[in-house]
Design a protein around this ligand. Structure first.
Ligand code: O2Y
Ligand code: MN
Length: 632
């Protein structure tokens, strides 16, 4: 136990404040982590709930909370013969997504939050939050959720405990994490990250009869990186409330990773098996709205090639004794965007969400099923929109909210990887970065080295779509797809990535690639068909790792030769392929200027080695040293 908490615990004992917490639902749960007991007592004291419920994670507990929410009209049970054990929840109109401008990193020193995070003084923020949380759970139940990020007992896993007043959060956390009694046993000899959450409504005196309580005026998603704490107030939605996900598994974990020499990344993890039964694992980082979940669950169009799912959003990666990089998915569920998900774009996801799923802000059909834009061509007649209104009354509006979500267990996915529960994780052979770019960036490029690949990560950028924030088409830089999720100064984060070359024999590290499925032709149409056909690019990467696929050395990296891509059965004309693999020297020199401009925000924290990479890229572009090379 850390000295501060030890002192607190003994102080509580001395003052006679009861540190023993009774578990209403399961009185037999062992509950002996002193820091946890002290923290629960402290929060109970601050928030003044009427009841404390220590969650055991059982099916009975989940079912009874769902039933309770059905009675409160927070949940609508979907038609059991169409979607067994599925529920629809509708959020308040002003609580529909992650809130980047209400997300804070409260490090001791401002410079440690860096130029891309909102910083606030931790002492001031703590005192402000304490005022907000004071008595905020009066009249209601305080739930204590012990959870493991990663398979319980994995050397890469971490423990968290979320305290919340939202039963929606409890049920979602049961899908998204390994949650309950077994974790309390882990806590006998492990520390945990305290995650405190309140929807901030109804506050005492308020009579707020709503299915989705939240606080209109005050929303705060706050991280204290030095003490590894999360406090979230006012929102019940997704990343703002399921604190295990973005807050812990990325913002706090990235900081832990830096201190302890590992990586917490906004990456999917997939397995890829060739027709000969040889298997590799790739991790891949893409900004939002680039089809990350679709790629993680891809049904390859290439006969004999099989993709399996380990994770769709977050990867924790550590170098093991053999000097190689292994990854686990810290999550147990997916919180995927519903609109656009269909049997064409993601058949495996459609199968997964057939049961045991919580849907938020999607449409409701007459038959008691869900619907969203893109699921089928036409909306079914009589479908209610995400606010529960009759669709016919507002034909220009969307049925599902663009950020409507499904929370669904990964174990239900038909393509779940056999190593999904493996506490040792999977060996990562390749790391892919990518973004949504209409031009300039080729279909796939292989870096020259780990350092050059790290540079690839810093260059990740995407053009905003209607679903993403900001004006459509405008370039948004999102280094490593971590811009909203890095819990410390991103310049230091880049250095942390570079440090891996020194932590092991660089030949043991994964090869790094950059992909872009989104180039458009002059007619404005996508040049590459995407979805299941992306398996062809994964195949090229797989064979490149085996030294089999041919590449052309260009100023930006190795790009496939025209013949090296397997295009069997794909009606792609030669010009389109040429365009997809082209390195346009002039456009790339403009890209270099844009990167120079962007990197200035990191000031002196931008690593010299990466400035050197940019400088060398510019020189190579000027010299245009393209040459044909054979596999190494
Ligand atoms: O709006 C939210 O709270 C969800 S954001 C999200 C959810 C699942 C996976 N990724 C993301 C993201 O923003 O990257
Ligand atoms: Mn994400």
């Amino acid at each position: 136990m850390q000295p501060f908490y030890q002192t607190l615990f003994f102080l509580f004992c001395f003052l006679g404040i009861n540190t023993e917490v009774f578990c209403n639902s399961s009185p037999n749960i062992p509950f002996q982590n002193e820091r946890l007991a002290a923290w629960i007592a402290e929060v109970e004291n601050l928030c003044s709930p009427d009841r404390v419920h220590i969650c055991d994670g059982s099916q009975e507990e989940y079912d009874s909370l769902c039933e309770e929410m059905v009675k409160l009209k927070s949940f609508i049970r979907l038609n059991d013969s169409l979607r067994p054990d599925c529920f629809l929840s509708r959020s308040s109109c002003d609580d529909v997504a992650r809130l980047e401008d209400r997300t804070f990193i409260c490090s001791f020193h401002k410079k440690d939050a860096g130029p891309t995070n909102n910083w606030r003084d931790p002492v001031e923020m703590r005192s402000h939050l304490k005022n907000l949380f004071k008595g905020c759970m009066r009249g209601r139940t305080m739930y204590v959720i012990p959870f493991s990020m990663g398979p319980i007992g994995s050397p890469i896993a971490q423990i968290g405990v979320e305290i919340t007043d939202s039963p929606y959060v409890v049920c979602s956390m049961r899908i998204m994490t390994r949650m309950g009694k077994e974790v309390l046993t882990e806590l006998l000899n492990k520390d945990f990250v305290p995650c405190l959450h309140s929807v901030g409504a109804p506050l005492s005196g308020e009579c707020l009869d709503t299915a989705w309580p939240c606080n209109r005026e005050n929303k705060y998603i706050v991280h204290f990186p030095e003490t590894k704490e999360i406090w979230s107030f006012g929102s019940g939605y997704g990343g703002n409330a399921l604190l295990a996900k973005k807050c812990f598994a990325l913002r706090i974990a990235s900081r832990m990773g830096r201190e302890e020499g590992w990586l917490a990344e906004h990456m999917l993890i997939l397995g890829i098996e060739n027709p000969a039964g040889e298997k590799k694992y790739f991790a891949a980082a893409f900004p939002s709205a680039c089809g990350k979940t679709n790629l993680a669950m891809l049904k390859s169009s290439l006969p004999g090639w099989k993709i399996t799912l380990v994770g769709d959003d977050i990867a924790w990666m550590k170098i093991k004794e053999d000097g190689k990089l292994y990854a686990i998915n810290p999550e147990a569920g997916m919180f995927g965007v519903a609109p656009g998900t269909s049997s064409t774009t993601n058949p495996h996801a459609m199968e997964t969400i057939q049961k045991d799923t919580i849907f938020t802000n999607v449409g409701l059909t007459k038959e008691g099923d869900v619907w969203w834009e893109g699921m089928t061509k036409e909306a079914p007649g009589g479908c209610l929109n995400w606010m529960g209104e009759c669709f016919e009354h507002c034909p220009n509006e969307k049925i599902a909210h663009p950020n409507a979500r499904f929370a669904t267990p990964i174990k239900n996915c038909p393509c779940v990887d056999e190593a999904f529960e493996d506490p040792e994780g999977v060996l990562i052979s390749a790391i892919l970065f990518g973004g949504r770019r209409q031009s300039v960036i080729p279909l796939v490029t292989e870096s020259f080295s780990w350092q050059h690949g790290t540079f690839f990560g810093t260059t990740v950028s995407s053009e905003a779509t209607a679903a993403a924030n900001g004006p459509i088409g405008i370039l948004r830089h999102d280094p490593f797809a971590m811009l909203p999720f890095c819990g410390y100064n991103m310049g230091d984060y880049f250095s942390h990535w570079l440090s891996f070359e020194k932590r092991t024999d660089p030949s043991h590290l994964p090869k790094i690639f950059y992909v872009n499925w989104f180039q458009k032709g002059e007619d404005g149409k996508f040049l590459w068909p995407g979805f299941g056909e992306n398996g062809r690019v994964l195949k090229w990467i797989f064979e490149r790792l085996d030294g089999k696929a041919k590449a052309k050395k260009t100023p930006i990296g190795f790009v496939p030769t025209l013949e090296s891509m397997d295009l069997t059965g794909l009606p792609l004309d030669h010009d389109a392929l040429h365009q997809l693999l082209k390195v346009d020297q002039k456009a790339w020199l403009q890209e270099v200027e844009e990167l120079k401009r962007y990197f200035k925000i990191f000031d002196h924290t931008f690593p010299k080695k990466l400035s050197q990479e940019l400088f060398e890229l510019e020189n190579r572009l000027h010299a245009d040293l393209s040459e044909e090379v054979s596999p190494p």
